[in-house]
Design a protein around this ligand. Structure first.
Ligand code: DON
Length: 304
């Protein structure tokens, strides 16, 4: 399979489709991005990487980071996490509060905001320096020390994060948050502000295509069983109320962020990351969805 050629062709084809998306503006710092950026990178478990467009430029990975937080929390406390967060798709937007009160402060899954906030609470309880250790963990997965938080994005979200504050407070009222509310929000906003390139994300997610093992040194970061569970959660919950549509059109586990990135995993095969900042009505990259649908069709490589 000539991945480079296919990616180049589809990048060109998708660029000719009028972009119906809109850049996220509810976090003011995200509005500054050049909305014409469009990058794609694919890395295989046979250690080959390909890319096209702006695939080596950093962007705000936002909710894609929830997968890193979840992986570290599962490494630290294992299945105990599932007493505090469920694994069901929510069918609701990523920041919806509706189910949380009915379900007594237990988030539907770890990839919606409330779930990721519980994950951050776990990291604070388990780690001495959660911000530093989470960053080191991501750097280790990507085998790249040149990854960092963007403090401008972090502060911008902190100033406008009334709804996330509502989530943490509601969960605290149900005794599902053990630490200080502001501390939980601070770690969460740092995590969401991580900046990475498409290439760095494809590399960092390779463990989920490789049974939980780092490719470059064979270190088992998580068990194959945990890797399977994370892929299942990404498939059913990674695109929120568009997870069904993504499975239908693309056919891979995929995780999106409001920065316009989408990472998709083909277990035992490859990871592909697309970045284009304009989002569709459900908050997922318009071009990203289109590209990935064309890619799995052209390569006949969905998991179904
Ligand atoms: O908490 C928020 O709203 C953002 N930091 C992350 C949201 C996000 O990326 C949802 N993904 N599509």
């Amino acid at each position: 399979m000539n991945y480079q050629k296919i990616i180049e062709k589809l990048h060109h084809d998708v660029n000719t489709i009028p972009d119906e998306g809109v850049v996220a503006s509810y976090i003011p710092a995200l509005k500054k991005v050049d909305s014409t950026k469009f990058g794609v990178s694919l890395c295989t478990i046979t250690n080959e990487c390909f890319g096209e467009g702006n695939f080596e430029e950093k962007f705000s990975i936002q909710s894609i980071s929830k997968v890193f937080g979840l992986t570290l929390a599962l490494k630290l406390i294992g299945t105990k996490l599932w007493n505090r967060v469920d694994v069901e798709p929510s069918g609701d937007p990523f920041n919806s509060l509706v189910q949380l009160e009915f379900e007594k402060g237990i988030p539907r899954n770890p990839l919606i905001n409330s779930g990721a906030l519980v994950v951050c609470d776990v990291l604070i309880s388990e780690l001495e320096n959660p911000k530093k250790e989470l960053l080191q963990f991501v750097q280790k997965l990507a085998n790249n020390k040149n990854i960092n938080y963007n403090l401008e994005v972090m502060q911008s979200e902190t100033k406008h994060g009334f709804k996330n504050a509502a989530h943490v407070n509601l969960m605290k009222s149900f005794n599902n948050i053990n630490n200080n509310v502001d501390e939980v929000l601070d770690l969460y906003y740092h995590m969401c502000s991580l900046e990475m390139t498409c290439l760095e994300l494809s590399n960092a997610f390779l463990i989920f295509a490789n049974g939980g093992k780092l490719l470059h040194n064979n270190e088992q970061i998580i068990t194959a069983r945990i890797s399977k569970r994370i892929n299942a959660t990404i498939l059913t919950c990674g695109l929120y109320d568009e997870a069904g549509e993504f499975a239908f059109r693309v056919g891979l586990p995929g995780k999106s962020g409001v920065g316009g990135g989408i990472v998709a995993i083909h277990p035992n095969n490859y990871v592909i990351t697309v970045w284009s900042p304009k989002l569709n009505a459900k908050g997922n990259s318009f071009k990203g969805m289109n590209f990935l649908e064309k890619f799995t069709t052209e390569t006949a490589s969905s998991i179904f």
